[in-house]
Design a protein around this ligand. Structure first.
Ligand SMILES: Cc1cc2nc3c(=O)[nH]c(=O)nc-3n(C[C@H](O)[C@H](O)[C@H](O)COP(=O)(O)O)c2cc1C
Length: 218
């Protein structure tokens, strides 16, 4: 029930507010459009600048570019056409064991002189203690929150580069994990179709800000 036959808007101006306003979930793509891996990498490089809990960057990406793999994903994702028509589908995953990279990440920070080696050791030990003893559902929640942030940044970066996206939660996560050999420590956050939009998404409909905003305390 698309309300328009227009193509997605090509942005001349990619300042943040324009990109945020013009990004829409696009569900119809040019199936002939191929994206270079270099363009996909450029979008992902911008996406991974997103913030994350303790800077542990738990996001992992599985870029599904082979048509046969997209066809396999199609029924798992409720036969949503954008799965096969977009250039690629990016599965955003959250690593529940991302805390195991703490030393690597904080060593980089210390080597840049942004932290003394002693402070770095303190941080790393505290992360290993806290995250290492956290229940699985807490690690999963953190991975989901950080995965959501990186996903948003990915979609905005794509729009700024002249591409369109749609985030998808409408798929069977268990089937996806099985079919694509996703390791146990990775949890699916969402799928994102990425490509050249053929038809604009719906115009934005949002509740008025006043309906979702309170100040200071509930
Ligand atoms: C977590 C999440 C899951 C979504 N799942 C689907 C989906 O499976 N299929 C779909 O067509 N759109 C999906 N959407 C897109 C929403 O319908 C869309 O973001 C919303 O209608 C607002 O429109 P906009 O993105 O154009 O601003 C999903 C969005 C989010 C954030």
């Amino acid at each position: 029930m698309d309300t328009t036959t227009d193509k997605p808007k090509e942005l001349e101006n990619t300042d943040f507010f324009t990109v945020a306003k013009e990004r829409r979930s696009v569900r119809q793509y040019d199936p002939t459009h191929k994206m270079d891996r270099s363009e996909i990498r450029e979008i992902l490089e911008a996406a991974i600048l997103a913030p994350s809990s303790s800077n542990l960057q738990p996001w992992r990406f599985l870029v599904i570019e082979d048509q046969a793999a997209k066809e396999e994903l199609l029924p798992i994702a409720n036969n949503q056409r954008q799965i096969v028509d977009a250039s690629v589908v990016i599965a955003v995953l959250g690593d529940k064991q991302a805390y195991k990279n703490a030393d690597r990440i904080y060593t980089q920070i210390a080597e840049r002189g942004n932290m003394t080696p002693e402070v770095k050791d303190m941080y790393v030990n505290s992360i290993l203690d806290n995250y290492g003893s956290a229940p699985e559902d807490r690690l999963s929640r953190i991975a989901m929150i950080d995965g959501g942030l990186v996903s948003m940044q990915l979609m905005l970066a794509a729009k700024a580069k002249g591409y369109d996206t749609v985030p998808m939660g409408g798929y069977d996560a268990d089937q996806f994990v099985n079919a694509f050999n996703v390791p146990d420590n990775l949890e699916p956050v969402m799928l994102i179709s990425l490509g050249k939009g053929a038809k604009a998404g719906f115009e934005k409909t949002r509740l008025p800000l006043e309906d979702v905003l309170e100040w200071n305390k509930y």
